[in-house]
Structure formats: structure tokens, C-alpha cells
Design a protein around this ligand. Structure first.
Ligand code: HEM
Length: 451
């Protein structure tokens, strides 16, 4: 797999002369707002809303948005496309190479800390790296990388985590004939608390319950007042649990970074983002199980990879990791990648916000032969890595530092589940027709018969 900044990383700056901003008509700006912006916000950007997800699945909400993006690219060319929004400079990225170019430009000139993201995320992670700038951002990024160990398929704590996942994963199918999203999610969060906080006590559970509450507010960004008391209790409990320095956990590793506290990195302040982002990892794992349950050939390949393995020990599982990556490609959990320019560039004036609408680039029939197929091989043969617009974990210097932890936890849990039982797709899982995968996937509606 290509690592950011290394040769072959598609997220590399592109020559300024290849960037020619064009102005959208007022009518197209309105269509972009109603067909791309509104549905993305309605399903819940920070915490998905079950009723809206069910509606989005039934109405294939992403399909018209993807179609509109294709039309815009035909009409306007590579762009970027400057929208006509009074008082704001806002641009839509239309070209795959420009996705890589924009992401390569983080954090300067293109900062990940945008106004909208800041308004949403400060509800629960005021010191998160994603909404930090300058020297603080640098130090927080370093700290994130030191603890999360991106680039290593097996984190140095993968051994103890494999045991946790094996134990808890085994409980998911224990004595049940139906596995639904609720049951899966309950066990997933137990795994997340043990891996992240180092335990699953009442305090750990209170932390994730408070986070749920704060994330619902974050969906409304500036439109909702911050619940200061809830946020302060949440952050205090996180700080307390980090202070315990529990072994074999991400919190325990943060506790060892006390010296970073002095330079403004705020180690404990990084953990709220990790807990929040593990929600996406659970969604992705559940969708991957639905893909495997509806694609017998891929399931056989995955089972083949597991033959003779002792799953109480950590394994790299390249095929299952690719299945997880496919789950995020097909249904990106961050559909809107946002950047904000901190200086004037060939892309537009200082203060321009850029939107990369990832479902379009990940499912574009015109550039991807496998657009609506479940194709784990693209992650194994290098096709996906060569495409600068396939960015399930973002790209460039702001790429997700938790990606290898996600791929490890999700693929290990899938391995345990596949070995335990067979899964008959029901609910929204039954809508996954090979070769014609739906553009929107309501994970809350996934269900399996367990045999
Ligand atoms: C399926 C699960 C996940 C996906 C798809 C994912 C994807 C992403 C994406 C797309 C970004 C860039 C966001 C942006 O530019 O606005 C990001 C950033 C980030 N992710 Fe993840 N993520 C996942 C889980 C995790 C987990 C579990 C952790 C930590 C344990 C994590 C840690 C981070 C951090 C710290 C950032 C901010 C990086 C920075 O600004 O430099 N992520 N992630």
C-alpha cells in the first residue's frame, strides 16, 4: 500500500496552469445545494439519523447527486467550479486529479480546519487535530501518529486487541438466530471502549453515552447552542480515564505522552475524535459483512485467508482489509471532504472553501469499470492506490492517521464472525445485488439470519 508522501502517492500537488476555476450558473448552484448539500446534511454529518438513513436508502438519495456531478463535469470541464453563494467563496471539485492535488496541499494552503467542521466538531473535541491550525496542528498530528501508528498493519498493541475482539466477537453470535444492527453495534462499542479507553466500566459507558448526546448537537453545528455542562463532564471523564494509564489501550499510550501536554498538543483532547471515528468503523464493518453475505465468491476468498489461523493472535488479513476498504469506497462515511484556503491560490481567493463530494468519485461509471461492484482486488493490485480520487480515508498530509487501527479492528472482527457462522442477508442487506450495488446503504436496516 502506498504511504502518503512516498513515490506513487497520488495525492501530489498539480501544476497551477492545470487549475482553471469556472463559475457555476445560479441555477446549477441551486441544484448543487438541493441535490448534494441538503441530503448530505439531512442524514446527519456527525451522527447519522436512522429515519433519514432509511428514507435515503429507499429513495437512493446519492444517485441524483452522482448524476448531477457527472453533468457538471461535462458542462464545465475540470474546474474547480465556483458556486454563486452570496458573501462566500465556495468551490466544488470536479476532476479526479484535482482531488489529489487539493488534499496534497494540506494544511497550507488548504487547511482541513474549515468553518463548518469547526462549528460542528468543537461541540465535543475542541482540541482535536482536525480543527487545529499552525504549530498546534503540527504537534497534535505528531501525537496522533505516535499513538495510532499509521503505516503499520499491526499496531504494537494488536496482540492484546486481537484477544479482545475474539472474545467480544464470539459473543455476537452466541445463542442467536438473528444478527441485526443493534446487536452488532452494542458489541462493537464494547470492543471500542476496551481498545480505546482500556475498559468497559460504568464510567467508560457514560463517556460514550455523553458523546452520543454531543454528536447529535454537532449535527446542527452553529444552529445549536453548545451544552457546556455535558461537554465539560464528557471531557473531564475522558481526561480521568486517560490518567488511569490502563495498559494495552490507546488511552494508556496517550498517558505516556505527558510531556506533549506542555507544548499544547493536549493528549487526552485527541481521544474524543478517536471515539467518534470508531462509530464509522463499526458502520463500515457491518456493511462489509453484508457485502460478504451477498457475494459468495468473495466470501470464499475471505474464508480461504482464515484457514488454519488462530484468531486469538493478530494477523494482517490483506483480503479482509480490502473488503473493509471496499465498504468505505462504496459508501464513504465522510461524503464531504472540506478544505479552506489560507492564501490566494490558482484555485481561488483566500478563504475559499472547497468541497470534494466523495460518493461521486468513488462510484463514477465514466472512470471506474468497477463502480457499482464489490471489488476488493482493486486494493490488492494497486488500481485503487493509483487513482487520486479514491480517498476512503482522505489523502495527503491530512490523511486519517487511524486507518490502520480501523482496518485491523474491522478485519479481525469480520474474521471472527465469518468463522463463527453463516449469514443470510435480510433487511437492507438483502438489497445488495452484485454488480448493481445501491448508491446509498442504510446500515441501521441491516439484518442477517445466523446459521
Ligand atoms: C471507517 C473508519 C474511518 C474512516 C472512513 C475515516 C476517515 C477519515 C477521513 C476521510 C478523514 C479526513 C477528514 C477531513 O479531511 O475532513 C479522517 C481524519 C482523521 N481520522 Fe479517521 N476515519 C476513520 C476512523 C478513525 C479512527 C478509528 C481514528 C482514531 C482511532 C481516526 C482518526 C482520525 C484523525 C485523528 C483524523 C484527523 C487527521 C488530521 O486532521 O490530520 N479515524 N478520517
Amino acid at each position: 500500500m502506498v504511504t502518503p508522501g512516498e513515490p506513487g502517492d497520488p495525492a501530489t500537488p498539480i501544476p497551477e496552469e492545470d487549475v482553471r476555476p469556472v463559475r457555476a450558473s445560479v441555477a446549477d448552484t441551486v441544484r448543487i445545494a438541493t441535490e448534494i448539500g441538503a441530503p448530505t446534511i439531512a442524514i446527519g454529518v456527525v451522527k447519522r439519523r436512522p429515519a433519514m438513513m432509511a428514507l435515503a436508502h429507499r429513495t437512493h438519495a446519492d444517485r441524483p447527486a452522482i448524476r448531477l456531478m457527472r453533468k457538471l463535469r461535462h458542462k464545465y470541464g475540470a474546474g474547480p467550479l465556483r458556486l454563486r453563494v452570496p458573501g462566500r467563496s465556495l468551490s466544488l471539485v470536479l476532476d479526479p486529479a484535482q482531488v489529489g492535488g487539493l488534499l496534497a496541499g494540506a494544511p497550507t494552503p488548504f487547511s482541513p480546519d474549515t468553518e463548518e467542521k469547526n462549528a460542528a466538531l468543537r461541540h465535543f473535541q475542541p482540541h482535536g487535530v482536525l480543527i487545529s491550525e499552525g504549530g498546534r496542528r503540527e504537534r497534535r498530528r505528531e501525537l496522533n501518529e505516535a499513538v495510532l501508528e499509521p503505516g503499520l498493519p499491526l499496531h504494537h498493541l494488536a496482540g492484546p486487541w486481537a484477544k479482545v475482539i475474539h472474545e467480544e466477537g464470539g459473543r455476537i453470535t452466541d445463542g442467536t438466530t438473528v444478527l441485526d444492527a443493534d446487536l452488532f453495534t452494542r458489541h462493537w462499542w464494547t470492543i471500542v471502549r476496551r481498545v480505546t479507553l482500556g475498559g468497559d466500566t460504568a464510567v467508560d459507558r457514560e463517556i460514550t453515552a455523553l458523546l452520543d448526546e454531543l454528536r447529535l448537537d454537532a449535527n446542527w453545528a452553529y444552529a445549536r447552542q453548545r451544552q457546556s455542562a455535558v461537554r465539560e463532564r464528557f471531557l473531564a471523564l475522558v481526561r480521568h480515564q486517560v490518567g488511569l494509564g490502563r495498559p494495552d489501550s490507546l488511552a494508556g499510550e496517550l498517558a505516556k505522552c505527558a510531556e506533549a501536554a506542555d507544548d499544547g498538543a493536549d493528549p487526552a483532547g485527541q481521544l474524543p475524535h478517536w471515539l467518534f471515528a470508531f462509530d464509522a468503523a463499526g458502520i463500515v464493518a457491518l456493511r462489509a459483512l453484508a457485502l460478504l453475505a451477498t457475494h459468495p465468491a468473495q466470501r470464499e476468498r475471505a474464508l480461504g485467508e482464515l484457514e488454519g489461523l488462530d484468531l486469538t493472535e493478530p494477523h494482517q488479513l490483506p483480503y479482509l482489509r480490502s473488503c473493509v476498504l471496499e465498504s468505505v469506497r462504496l459508501w464513504p462515511t465522510t461524503p464531504a471532504l472540506l478544505r479552506e484556503s489560507r492564501e490566494e491560490t490558482a484555485w481561488g481567493p483566500e478563504g475559499t472553501s472547497f468541497l470534494v463530494y466523495t460518493p461521486f468519485f468513488h462510484r463514477d461509471h465514466e472512470t471506474l469499470s468497477y463502480a457499482d461492484h464489490f471489488a476488493p482486488d482493486i486494493w490488492l493490485d494497486g488500481r485503487a492506490q493509483r487513482n487520486p480520487a479514491l480517498v476512503p480515508f482522505s489523502g495527503g498530509p491530512g490523511i486519517c492517521p487511524g486507518r490502520d487501527v480501523v482496518l485491523f479492528t474491522a478485519s479481525t472482527l469480520l474474521a471472527v464472525l465469518l468463522k463463527e457462522a453463516e449469514y443470510t442477508p435480510e433487511g437492507t442487506a438483502a438489497t445488495l445485488v452484485p454488480g448493481r450495488l445501491p448508491s446509498t446503504m442504510d446500515h441501521f436496516g441491516i439484518r442477517f439470519g445466523v446459521g
